[in-house]
Write a new protein. Structure first.
Length: 373
């Protein structure tokens, strides 16, 4: 039997490379041969042990991390011949897919909120339970029957597609949910993988001005090249007050229409809220782990008529939207540079360490690290 390599997460800061059998493919299922997987900020949280339990449902046990990934169709189950858009699908085709699977049989799915389905997880399950390969840091990944899957346009290189099902889709969905309109000013807090994509996506959606806030010069430079009209460097604007003041200055004193939080530290939230105009919208994406506590003056939310839009996962239709966006964006911006580092799967520990250091050591700054089986 052909075995597949997998990096098993055994305990914080530790992986073991092992071999797993690919699962038998059910009618309607698809076995994916992974071509690349990105290390997302949430993977770093699990790696450090910040987030528990790592397995959302089912047997707790060793697990394959990684959810931001792309691959090719290795085996098509019986009865499946098209992708989720009805386009012919065959073995060998490049595809992306949601890393979660809404059950479509619960109250929340019935309300049309597929991204909020409480049973939506199928990734990061125990490697001891079928279908074993439920994570991205592996040779194989299994899509159960009914999974949302989309063919990848030929013109997109591999570095472009690995981030589609998390970083790119997440920020496009967040901007959609914000109700952003043509001409709006959008502030992006954080110029990592999500922030860079959010910058280009906001421009593509018609933002009049995009302002990006970060502390690393190379990330801000990439943000500028990817459409940011203005950048605010934490090394020059060291206090929250000075950054808020700068945003007010850039918006004629009014404040931004939309602020998107993709830093993942709760301390930035009060500052981001202060950057909004009255009636503005705060899109919260980054603070995913428990006890992300921060103190907020609710009267400011009330009198500021501030909308806070928490955005978790996305509607599956966002995936083909994200692919089309990348086809257009790569002609205009060096958006593919987001994938700044590549490591073979065997070097997963080094890849995680380097991604972790990125905020601390400016010499080895990683915007996004890719693992290639
Ligand atoms: Zn992610
Ligand atoms: Zn459901």
């Amino acid at each position: 039997m052909v075995m597949g390599k997998a990096a098993i997460f055994t305990e914080p800061f530790h992986f073991e490379i092992t071999e797993l059998p690919p699962p038998p493919v059910e009618p309607g299922g698809i076995l994916i041969k992974i071509t690349s997987a990105g290390i997302c900020g949430s993977d770093l949280h699990y790696w450090r042990g910040d987030l528990k339990p790592i397995i959302p449902k089912g047997k707790q046990g060793p697990v394959i991390m990684g959810h931001e990934m792309a691959g090719i169709v290795d085996t098509l189950g019986q009865g499946i011949s098209t992708d989720s858009m009805g386009r012919p699908l065959k073995e060998g085709d490049r595809v992306v897919y949601t890393y979660f699977q809404p059950c479509r049989r619960c109250y929340i799915c019935m309300r049309g909120e597929l991204n909020n389905c409480p049973s939506r997880f199928d990734f990061r399950a125990s490697v001891e339970e079928y279908p074993y390969c439920s994570g991205g840091f592996s040779d194989y990944y299994y899509l159960r029957p009914g999974h949302f899957v989309f063919k990848v346009p030929d013109e997109l290189p591999e570095e472009a597609v690995a981030g589609v099902n998390c970083a790119v889709s997440q920020v496009i969905y967040g901007l959609h949910q914000s109700g952003m309109r043509m001409g709006d000013t959008v502030v992006i807090q954080g110029a990592g993988g999500l922030g860079i994509n959010a910058t280009a996506a906001a421009k593509e959606m018609g933002a009049g001005q995009v302002i990006v806030v970060d502390g690393l010069a190379n990330r801000l430079e990439l943000a500028s090249n990817c459409g940011a009209d203005e950048t605010i460097d934490l090394s020059n604007f060291v206090t929250a007050e000075s950054r808020v003041e700068k945003v007010r200055e850039l918006t004629g004193g009014w404040g931004a229409d939309v602020v998107v939080e993709v830093v993942g530290f709760p301390q930035v939230v009060p500052e981001g809220l202060e950057m909004l105009r009255k009636g503005g919208t705060y899109v919260e994406i980054g603070n995913i782990w428990p006890n992300s506590s921060v103190s907020l003056d609710i009267s400011k939310i009330l009198w500021g008529v501030t909308r806070i839009v928490p955005t978790v996962h996305y509607d599956p239709y966002i995936l083909p939207v994200a692919l089309d966006f990348l086809v257009r964006a790569k002609e205009k911006y060096p958006i593919l540079d987001v994938m700044s580092h590549k490591f073979p799967l065997e070097q997963i520990e080094q890849a995680f360490k380097q991604a972790e250091w990125s905020g601390k050591d400016k010499g080895t700054s990683v915007t996004r690290a890719l693992l290639v089986p």
